[in-house]
Design a protein around this ligand. Sequence first.
Ligand code: CKX
Length: 599
Amino acid sequence: MMSELYPVSNEIRLAQRLDGLWRFRFDPRGEGMAEDWAGRGLPDPISMPVPASFADLFTGAAQRDYCGDFWYETDVFAQEVRPDERYSVRFGSVTHRCRIFLNGELAGEHEGGFLPVTAEVTGLIRPGRNRLTVLANNELNETSIPAGAVRTKPDGTKAAQGYFDFFNYAGIHRSVWLVRTPAEAIADYSVSFRLEEGAAVVSYCVETEGGGDGQISLLLTDREGREAARAGGRQGEMRVPHPHLWQVRNAYLYTLTIRLTKDGKLLDRYDAPVGIRTVAIEDGRIRVNGQPVYLKGFGKHEDSEILGRGFNYAVAKRDYECMKWIGANCFRTSHYPYAEEWYQMADQEGFLIIDEVPGVGLMRSFANFAAAGAGKSNGFFGDCPDVELLGRNHRAAVEEMILRDRNHPSVIAWSIFNEAETTTPAAHDYFAPLFAAARQLDPQKRPVTGVLEKTSSPEKCRCWPLMDFICLNRYYGWYISGGDLEEARRQFEEEMDQWAEKAPNVPFVFTEFGTDTLDSLHKLPSVMWSQEYQQEYMEMNFRVFDRYPFVQGELAWNFADFQTGQGIMRVNGNKKGLFSRNRQPKEAAWAFRRRWAQK
Ligand code: CKX
């Protein structure tokens, strides 16, 4: 696996952003490989911004809903190519799979649309102009995560059918970089923490690449640039007396400078922010630095007008400002790992993140939310066409996510799936090794969880014992007993009483609860879809959460309205946002703001 270090520039390294207006071409008949578009250049390309999803940039439905192969191309200008240096191109993500070519030569490929793709191009890159080409594909199947299918229409065009409730946005969604590192380089590092009386102990491990016997030294500096600790060697510990801890919504970041030297010469250097904090589950509480924390926030999406799932700093900034205004301290990266910049901003703002792999759509009834929300689902793993391949893809995503995100203080837990089928022995056999892998891969040993929908009930679910805390998505008052909040509350409490018996002393977090709500609709007395109903529903949920002390968090569904596929259950998307798609609060947002100020 390639190094997942976020690209930086300094006196040794070069990270050159390649974002901008690229050339683009759909390839509905899959001709590009046979016709060597990578070698000869894209025929009759159109322009396409990077990063962005392509879907919402067009005015035609055929392009918006396009499913199949598509190509991107740009020129990369290298002022010089130094011998003895390593070159790579790094994509924050390409959805859902891709092949990368430089000057017509295949340099790398990747399955999975939400984690970085790095292709080494040493030996392929030339001084002057180079042609960088990407062949991408957005088809879904039952061995990909997220899972879905492709239907071929009578005219031969394809349509993606995700087994999930978000638009199948595709494209180059995150920044692209040309990265130059020295031949002998720092490849990766990890940190973990122990708090002692009056001090923190930072355990670290640094990996290098390119052979050689250079020496590693580390320097930890505080915000004022003063030395807090130093150490030498590829693995060891640093003692930080009287540390400034990274606290929830009160972040403190040190800078860790890693140097690789040989005979007094600096070979490589990498600087990274470090937040000193611990995460643990003890006495039925989720604890950060030993203190219990109640999670307040949302399940989100990377979703906005025009950009689709493309990362944009301004959108992310507005989202953080809205989350701060409402009093949140946490969000789940439903239903896939987000762009790395989200985590960097969370590190700075002191937000907590439940980091989720794209393990979504792993249940047959997911074409039908009403059925799934009401607990009427059926299997998946028993009749998946190639469960081993699915498991390999899922495991790769778990590994890549943990490798990418393990050093972020904001990340407090790993979520292995959302609303998968969990009631059969096949489901347990599928998930047990993935949970074990996550535990083994994380040097900080953060809690590992999964997200259960209604079918995963206390009496039927076989997977909750794998989890360090249990995440529930529950829609009593929407998919169940919609319009009758009194009956909904009764059923909800009935289920909670069962969990109380089944899993005593395990923390529970509600990772979804919500109602579709039109920001234009008011009605007294309330009806479903009105702003009044969203508020009454939330208040009923709050009463239930507050009755059960083992409930340790509430992440409402969703932060903002978001785009989905079309269907009779969705009015131009899912409207369960507490904010509209253009990030203005709905009425219920004020109720959250009042409640979370007290919690
Ligand atoms: N949970 C039936 C997964 C989310 C959906 C949400 C919804 C469902 C509900 C479970 O991706 O958007 O229907 O609003």
